[in-house]
Design a binder for this molecule. Structure first.
Ligand code: DHE
Length: 515
């Protein structure tokens, strides 16, 4: 059911009260000063339908009525009638009469520089015995904070407030010094792990999908769904470099599904949500010479060559693809559509080379790769089926379908462990992790660390000895488990730790973790 009709159903359950005022007037009077003109966000988050998509209608009503703890959002019960609160909540779920506009100039004007990147000290400021490559960055969605954790001692080094609703994995500079976050309502943040301070922030759009950092550390590319743009930033200070309007061959605008860095290719690869195209944007300074004539800018006319450097190179596809995953050599992407079809695209030949029998909704962005008996495999959880599918990447065939207690979101492993861990967080068995032996493709253990609570999202220490598991609740926990004995060794209180990221595993592109 759509959000607006769910809200209307929730409103119908409210007690009858006096006739409601017009919600647009209520917004002007009570919400605009914090949530901004046209509901685009200001000191408080945007209140557009896209921004509220992930929040249950009953929760929207509850926040307006009772406020949000530990924020400046006060409750309006007593000040507004139940009918007014209901009308306002329903109105927020509908698109504004005038579509909100976010231009390049808005992006440029939003940038905040907290520290001069040129004046940052060269070495970490924390104790010398803390390994800067074994830090974990933990995103706590429960109260919109980030914890930086010492991965040797499992002790927090700092905890700071993030932008509202970070989504997707934070991305790291190649040396592991800087971490970049994207929030659903368009804010990109550059944070310095050496000084434990934010360097800069910029709002690249009204609704952002995710960001990627180039393998040479020079660029950050953000993919938006509103407006339909890609925004290229200088990674050192987040100055905007260029905005690319995302349009297909016919000129139709498309949202971005995901953008990832393909470091060995010196390029970003972009999947589009509304167009049967895959884009590759080279940041190789020699790209103009390497790809002459292969670059097309469909806004200028089909087949028109433009410089290869920092411009999209389009691969036309037979269907719209969503999330995707690279093979180990970054020559191919495995990509799936929302309706459960999957293809292998060769990025050099710029064409489909195989079809994969992956039904349901494989969550490819959360896949892993590994080698076994000389074969290269990738494995992916499935958002619509209780299984992990293992693909033989040498033959592009399904090698195994491993049953799990329910659909899961995140699969993780590490080079130093024979096991891969997957959750079942989309099912009633959300408290159960399945541990799969990568050699036999069998579930060898099921683990329920906190019964009745969501046990999900695993990340390993840099040596693979310990697995850190999220208890995704508010309040929740981060539980440290010995990766060989599966025994709990530590637990830290956290507020819905939605994801955690080990610096070393990320910058070395460990085969067991997301990139
Ligand atoms: Fe995510 C990553 C898409 C809903 C938590 N999610 C990603 C990525 C994509 C994606 C494309 C990879 C980006 C990256 O890491 O750079 N997510 C989607 C969806 O399409 C979906 C199903 C619907 C949506 O509203 O976008 C969706 N995601 C969710 C959630 O409901 C989760 C559980 C909670 C939330 O905060 O929204 C959620 N997604 C995450 C997390 C990652 C992620 C924690 C990073 C994974 C990682 O460990 O790298």
């Amino acid at each position: 059911m759509r959000l607006a009709s769910l809200l209307l159903a929730a409103i119908a359950s409210l007690p009858l009260a006096a006739a409601a005022a017009h919600p647009a007037d209520l917004y002007q009077q009570h919400c605009l000063s914090c949530h901004g003109a046209q509901r685009m966000g200001a000191m408080a988050p945007a209140l557009l339908p896209q921004s509220l998509e992930r929040i249950k209608p009953s929760e929207v009503l509850a926040v307006i009525r009772d406020g949000r703890a530990a924020t400046q959002m006060a409750g309006f019960a007593g000040r507004l009638s139940d009918a007014d609160i209901g009308e306002l909540a329903a109105w927020l779920a509908t698109p504004p009469a005038t579509p909100p506009v976010w231009r390049e100039a808005d992006t440029a004007a939003s940038r905040i520089q907290y520290r001069d990147p040129a004046r940052l000290p060269p070495r970490p400021g924390f104790a010398a015995n803390v390994d800067p490559h074994n830090l974990f960055v933990v995103v706590e969605a429960g109260d919109h904070h980030v914890t930086v954790l010492d991965g040797d001692r499992f002790t927090p080094i700092t905890r700071f407030k993030s932008r509202f609703a970070l989504h997707g994995g934070p991305k790291f500079s190649p040396d592991g010094r800087f971490v970049y976050f994207a929030s659903r309502d368009g804010w990109v943040t550059q944070y310095d792990l050496y000084t434990l301070q934010t360097v800069a922030e910029i709002r690249v759009g009204l609704n952002t999908r995710n960001v990627a950092v180039s393998g040479d550390g020079r660029w950050v590319l953000a993919g938006n769904t509103l407006p339909q743009t890609l925004v290229l930033l200088d990674a050192n200070g987040l100055k905007p470099v260029k905005t690319i309007a995302v349009r297909d061959r016919a000129g139709k605008a498309s949202r971005v599904s995901a953008v990832y860095d393909a470091a060995p290719r010196q390029s970003f690869v972009v999947a589009l949500k509304d167009a049967a195209e895959l884009w590759e944007i080279s940041y190789n300074p020699q790209a103009d010479k390497i790809y002459p004539g292969l670059v097309h800018d469909y806004q200028m006319g089909e087949g028109l060559a433009v410089p290869g450097f920092l411009n999209p190179r389009v691969t036309p596809l037979s269907m719209v693809l969503d999330d995707f995953f690279f093979d180990a050599g970054y020559r191919h992407v495995m990509a799936a559509s929302r309706d459960g079809q999957a293809q292998v695209i060769n990025l050099d030949a710029r064409s489909k080379v195989a079809t994969l029998p992956l039904d349901g909704m494989p969550h490819l962005g959360s896949g892993i790769t590994f080698e076994q008996d000389g074969h290269h495999y990738m494995a992916t959880p499935n958002l619509k089926g209780g299984r992990v599918t293992v693909i033989d990447m040498d033959r592009w065939q399904v090698a195994a379908d491993i049953a799990t207690p329910g659909p899961g979101f995140f699969l993780r492993s590490h080079e130093n462990t024979p096991y891969a861990w997957v959750d079942a967080m989309m099912s009633p068995r959300r408290d159960t992790l399945s541990i799969i032996d990568k050699r036999s493709f069998k579930v060898v253990r099921q683990l329920t660390l906190r019964p009745g609570k969501t046990n999900a999202h695993v990340e390993f220490t840099r040596d693979g000895r310990y697995a850190l598991v999220s208890i995704m609740e508010t309040p929740g926990e981060l539980v440290v488990v010995d990766a060989a004995t599966f025994k709990e060794v530590a637990a830290l209180p956290m507020m819905k730790p939605i994801g955690k990221y080990n610096v070393y595993n990320k910058v070395t592109r460990s085969e067991g973790t997301s990139h």
